[in-house]
Design a protein around this ligand. Structure first.
Ligand code: AMP
Length: 225
């Protein structure tokens, strides 16, 4: 069956559940999960020149410069899986400049939908404090929902840890960066008729169902992948 690629971007504060929901969406539609945070952390771990450039920004909880991230995303979006079946972007775009660059990259079709996962600030603070992630594949856990065996990832066997930027100070900086740089994208995408706002409060399965309903309103439907 020939079908048009699915092109989704997720907005939402740190801790809103973008990673968890993006992973589910990518499995559901069998599309690429493109997380700029995961890509940056992998590059830092691998010690690539790109990782070296990004490291200090990640540690401080600041956004890496647009010029650094846009090129990497453009390259990833040009790979066959993303081009053929589509993708869900998690953590990109995060600035107006990135959103405009993305429009150029995706010409002529553009994004199909942008989902804003809405979660109040007090709840994201609570979630971030208890968040634990796999240091290898990025799977999400929490103190309340740890992996089955001794902080070993259920998915890949990697070590499950607290993220280096989930410290109080870095969290404060990242939330401030979200309000000033990323929140304006809500109006930007609303103006383009692409925005869907989804309540991100509740258990992940419930939120996933809401996401599927929102995607369906933009013609994105499909069976489980
Ligand atoms: P995340 O895992 O999405 O919370 O991203 C972790 C960190 O990676 C952020 O605090 C930024 O330092 C950096 N980062 C991720 N995505 C972007 C982006 N689109 N633009 C700039 N910096 C980013």
């Amino acid at each position: 069956m020939v079908s048009t690629p699915i092109r989704i971007a997720l907005l939402g504060r740190q801790g809103a559940g973008k990673g968890t929901q993006a992973m589910r969406i990518s499995h559901h539609f069998a599309i690429a999960h493109i997380s700029t945070g995961d890509m940056l952390r992998a590059a830092v771990r691998a010690g690539t020149p790109f990782g070296e450039k990004a490291k200090a920004y990640l540690q401080r909880g600041e956004l890496v410069p647009d010029a650094v991230i846009v090129g990497v995303v453009a390259e990833r979006l040009g790979e066959p899986d993303a081009k053929r079946r589509g993708f869900v972007l998690d953590g990109f775009p995060r600035t107006l400049h990135q959103a405009e660059a993305l429009e150029s990259i995706l010409l002529p079709e553009g994004l199909g939908v942008v989902v804003n996962l809405e979660v109040p600030e007090w709840l994201v603070l609570e979630r971030l404090a208890s968040r634990r992630v796999c240091s290898v594949c990025g799977a999400n856990y929490s103190v309340a929902m740890p992996p089955h065996v001794d902080w070993t990832c259920d998915v890949c066997g990697g070590e499950v840890v607290q993220r280096a930027d989930d410290t109080e100070e870095a969290i404060r900086r990242r939330l401030a960066a979200y309000e000033s740089a990323t929140a304006p994208l809500i109006a930007f995408y609303e103006g383009r008729g692409l925005l869907e706002t989804v309540d991100g409060v509740g258990d992940p399965e419930e939120v996933h169902e809401r996401m599927l309903e929102a995607l369906a309103r933009h013609g994105i439907v499909g069976e489980a992948g």
